[in-house]
Structure formats: C-alpha cells, structure tokens
Design a protein around this ligand. Structure first.
Ligand SMILES: C[S@@+](CC[C@H](N)C(=O)[O-])C[C@H]1O[C@@H](n2cnc3c(N)ncnc32)[C@H](O)[C@@H]1O
Length: 283
C-alpha cells in the first residue's frame, strides 16, 4: 500500500532511475531506516531483477539490495561477491553473522553455496525484515536489534562476520569500540568483512575505516582492502585472523573458494581488475 505524502514524486524518481517499464511493488516508510523504502522489479536485457531501494539525503535513489529473479541465489553486486570471499579466509566456516539484512542477498547466497554454514541475521528495522520475507524469499528469523547492541551483548561466536550497515543517510556510525566488539564475537581464525560504499567521495568513511583498522591492529591483525580498479564505488575491508591470510594470499583464497564452493561463473570477475592492499586505497 502506498501511503506517503509526496509519493508521486518518489514514484517518478524510481521510474527515472530504473526505467519507465519498471514495476513498483511497494513503497513505504519504515520505523528506523530514515527514508521511504521501495521494492521494484525491472529488466536489463534478458535478465530480470528485484531491488530493495531507498532515498538518500538529497532524495537520490539508492540501491540497498538486489536479486536476480531467475537466479535468486546469485549475488548481483560486485561488492557482495567480494565479501563472500571472507568464507574462504578462515579454515572452516560453520557459523556466519550477517549484520544488516536488507533484501537478504547474502543469506540466499549462503543457503545455496554454503549450506553447512549457519547464518545469524541481525537488522535494526523490523519492516526491512518483513520486506525481505515477503519479497526476497527470506524464511529465517531476523534478530531485530541495532548491530551495536547485538555485538555488545551476544555470547555467541562466529567464524565469519559480514557487516553491511546502511540507512538513508549512509553508513551506520561506527567507532573503535564497535569494531572491537565485532572482533570479540569472531571465533579464533575467523574473518570479518565490512562494506564501505562511496568510499572515495563520502568523508565519513575514512575515519570509520581507520577505526576498524585500529581495532584490528591493536590485536595484531592486518586488514586487507579490496576495490575494483577505476570504479571507486565500494571498498571491502577484511580482517582475517587466521595466520597466512595476507593480501598476497588473496589469489589463493579466491582459487580455494572457487574449488570448494563453486560460485556462479566459476567466480570469474570477483578479484579481476581489483586493487588488493593493506592500506586504505586513497590518501
Ligand atoms: C545495504 S542493506 C544490507 C544488504 C544485505 N547485505 C544483503 O545481503 O542484501 C543495509 C541494512 O542495514 C540495516 N541497518 C542500518 N543500520 C543498522 C544498525 N545500526 N543495526 C542493524 N542494522 C542496520 C538496514 O536496515 C538495512 O537493512
């Protein structure tokens, strides 16, 4: 049900962005996200997609999560494929924590390609969880709680922690204490990966990435940064805690992931044309 004041304008912005023949499935306000969110179906050639979107601060359309309607378990966004490598950066991924559920893309991927890894899902917004269940095939319960609160109080431990926390105004605020707690909930030899969107233009990213780096280095871990050369859109910051998982080992990590998990297209294009470094990739 579309109930927003100004919804005609929002609807126009969505169709401008996704194309006039896109089908808007839902447009609604959510309690904590900070802007209306929407679900839209659209075609790109022979491919059909469903995207969970929102509006940024300057009513700019922002894609939060996307699903290939023919192959729902495939990861649509390149940064998600990069994040999935975290599962090969620890010896055995039995438990995974997903902070930020969105349209449940990573959950669908895990279910199909990592069926032996049990996911725990946390999202601050019950409405987003309900949208993921209704429109994005999510069948697992979500812990509805701010990620900061969850990592501060949980007694569980995880082999992989994937952090993808965004709302209408960009990345959720994070400081060294938060990152330290995220590292606390990792099992020995586990791996954390965080997504930084718009890392080259959003000034809030660098201090938060530095805070994660500081928390990691305080424990003797060296973060690895990976981004696509020339795109400057998303940056994935990993903190592997297993010995031997270094920036130089990423090609090997990728090869192991492809061999063990058989991701779509044999994982082609995940690391191709990427910068892999142990320093934030821009000054
Ligand atoms: C980009 S989406 C995540 C997409 C997801 N990785 C996927 O696989 O589809 C960002 C999510 O972070 C959630 N979020 C934002 N701030 C949060 C916070 N402080 N705690 C928990 N969830 C938060 C939003 O509700 C939203 O669902």
């Amino acid at each position: 049900m579309i109930t927003e004041f100004g919804e005609e304008r929002q609807r126009r912005l969505i169709l401008d962005y996704f194309g006039g023949d896109a089908r808007l499935r839902l447009l609604r306000r959510t309690p904590t996200f900070g802007s209306p969110v929407f679900v839209v179906d659209f075609d790109r050639g022979a491919r059909h997609f469903r995207t969970l979107g929102s509006f940024g601060s300057s009513i700019q359309v922002t894609e939060q999560s996307s699903m290939d309607l023919l192959y729902p378990a495939r990861l649509v966004f390149h940064y998600e494929r990069l994040m999935s490598l975290a599962f090969a950066m620890c010896p055995q991924a039995i438990t995974g924590l997903l902070l930020g559920v969105g349209g449940a893309a990573m959950w669908r991927f895990m279910r199909a390609y990592l069926p032996d890894c049990a996911p725990t899902l946390v999202d601050a917004d019950e409405a987003i969880a309900a949208i993921a269940r209704r429109w994005f095939y999510l069948t697992q319960p979500v812990i509805v709680e701010p990620a900061h609160q969850f990592v501060a109080t949980t007694t569980e431990r995880f082999d992989v922690v994937l952090v993808d926390l965004y709302n209408s105004s960009g990345p959720a605020e994070s400081n060294e204490l938060f990152w330290s707690r995220c590292l606390d909930v990792l099992n020995p030899s586990g791996c954390l990966a965080n997504n930084w969107a718009d890392f080259s233009v959003n000034p809030v990213v660098r201090p938060m990435a530095d805070a994660l780096e500081a928390a990691a280095r305080a424990r003797g871990f060296i973060p690895i940064y990976v981004t696509r050369r020339g795109f400057r859109d998303n940056l994935v910051q990993y903190v592997p805690t297993a010995s031997g998982i270094t920036a130089e080992a990423m090609t090997e990590v990728h090869a192991r992931f492809v061999q063990e998990r058989r991701p779509p297209d044999r994982g082609r294009g995940i690391l191709e044309n990427c910068i892999v470094t142990t320093r934030f990739p821009i000054e």
